[in-house]
Each structure stands twice: as C-alpha cells, then as structure tokens.
Design a protein around this ligand. Structure first.
Ligand SMILES: C[S@@+](CC[C@H](N)C(=O)[O-])C[C@H]1O[C@@H](n2cnc3c(N)ncnc32)[C@H](O)[C@@H]1O
Length: 252
C-alpha cells in the first residue's frame, strides 16, 4: 500500500473509532461507513442478497466495519471481517466487536464454501489483484454464490495523475470481464446515482465524526493525505468520470 492509502485506511480508521466512541453509540455505524455505503445502498444490497438472521456474511476489505454492523442490525446476519490494515481491524473490533481477520482479499484465510454470503464494498479499486479478490469470494461463498460488490468504476480509463494514489478504477467493460473471469455472473446491477438521498441525520453524524477528527488531527500530514485522497475521489464522482456501481453476483 502507498503512504496515502496507509493514512486513509490504517491511521484514519483508528481515529474514526476514537471519534465515534467519544460521540456515542448512535455514531458508530455512520462513522464506520464513512468509506462507502449509504443506508439506501446497503438496504438494496441486503435485499438483493436476501440476507436473513443467523446467516454468515463475509465482508472482504471490511474497513471500520460499519456496513457489516448495518447488516447485522438490519437483518441479524453474523459478520466476519477480513481487512489488511491493522488500524482498521482494531477500529472494527473496538466499535463492533466482530471477528476480524487481518489478511488480503486475494488470500482469504477461510475454507471453501464456508460462508452463506459475502460483500466487498469500495475495495476492488484499491487493490492491484482484482481478479484474485473476486476469485477468493467465489471460492469461499457456498452455492449459489450470494456475492455483492460496490465498485468505483471509470467511464473511460482515468489518467494516472487524476487517480488517488494507489487506486485503479476498472472500466465498466473491465469489470464485466473480471466478473466472468472469476467464474461469476451478474444477477443484478444498480448505479448508486439512482439511489434515494442520504438521510440528513446520517450525514449530520458523519460530519460530526469528521469534525471531531479534524479538530484533533487536522494539522497532521496523515490527515491532509487522507483528505486529499477522498477529495480526489469526490471530484471524479462529481465530474461523472467515476461512478459507484453495485453488483449482485452468483456462481456462473
Ligand atoms: C474505501 S475503504 C472501504 C471500507 C469498507 N468496505 C466500507 O465500505 O466502509 C477500502 C478498504 O479496502 C481495504 N483493502 C485495500 N486493499 C485490500 C485488499 N487487497 N484486500 C482486502 N481489503 C483491502 C482497505 O484497507 C480499506 O479498509
């Protein structure tokens, strides 16, 4: 990982947990979702995967654990998180006390067909081994292969100097080819641009977490690096050069 990605996914993940703990339990899930999912996106993914109480949900690249916690609260799934950054693993344990394994999504320390369902949200574009990550999801999720992705995809290949450091956005066509090469097929596909607006209260809680972190760490180089990364993604999304794509997959 690059320094900027370490800042964003390791150190800032721990700061997120610290800020959420100060603000209180109502802030844990929105804080833990700062990296990607809105309530409407998560509701759609949960619905399409037909997740039900007691089922295991693998979250590959689970970050601070907010999306897994949202699903656990919404439908009673039992999450298992895999995440390569130690700071994010500690943050997820601290906020949600889920089982978290420190590993790459392309080398999951999980037996074949061991979980009922899996998702990987906002992760694919941050890893060089995109096919490896998908192949591992296929291997570890039992048939019929209930797998979901949230992917930041490029309309056209994005020039390297416009990409946040270490990111590699697949094109839509590239994403379709990756899915096929991994032995998977698309069951449903929706762009995040079509989703209902994010509730004001959710945004207010995320802003409160961000403000608390900025107050404490705003002058640090790590904070500036992480902010720069997320601003670059924000700019690409605003310009329509990158879009958020949600895919529901199954074994081919
Ligand atoms: C944008 S964050 C999303 C976190 C979380 N999925 C969410 O939606 O809130 C991307 C996450 O992917 C993780 N990551 C990066 N490379 C990875 C890899 N090769 N395998 C699994 N996770 C990875 C990062 O450490 C980070 O936690």
């Amino acid at each position: 990982m690059t320094d900027a990605m370490n800042a964003e996914f390791d150190t800032v993940a721990e700061w997120t947990a610290e800020a959420a703990r100060e603000l209180g339990p109502d802030y844990y899930v929105p804080a833990g979702c700062r990296g990607s999912g809105s309530p409407a996106a998560l509701d759609w993914l949960i619905d399409e995967l037909e997740l039900t109480a007691g089922e295991s949900l693998l979250d590959s690249g689970g970050g601070v654990g907010g999306p897994a916690a949202y699903a656990a609260q919404a439908v009673g799934v039992t999450p298992v998180l895999v995440e390569p950054e130690a700071g994010a693993c500690r943050a997820a344990r601290r906020l949600f006390d889920f089982p978290v394994v420190r590993a790459l999504g392309s080398a999951l320390p999980i037996a074949d067909a061991a979980v009922d369902a899996a998702w990987s949200l906002g992760v694919l574009c941050t890893t060089p081994d995109q096919l490896g990550l998908l192949t591992e999801l296929r291997r570890t999720v039992r048939a019929p292969g209930r797998i979901a992705l949230l992917v930041f995809a490029a309309r056209e290949p994005v020039p390297a100097d416009e990409q946040p450091e270490g990111n590699n956005f697949p094109t839509i066509g590239g994403l379709e080819a990756l899915v096929q090469d991994a032995g998977l097929r698309v069951r449903a596909w929706r762009s995040t641009a079509d989703l209902p607006a994010i509730p004001d209260e959710w945004t207010r809680r995320i802003d409160a977490v961000t403000d608390a972190m900025e107050q404490r760490h705003g002058s640090s180089q790590t904070w500036r690096l992480a902010q720069h990364q997320s601003e670059q993604i924000g700019d690409l999304l605003a310009a329509g050069k990158v879009t958020g794509e949600m895919l529901i997959l199954a074994h081919a």
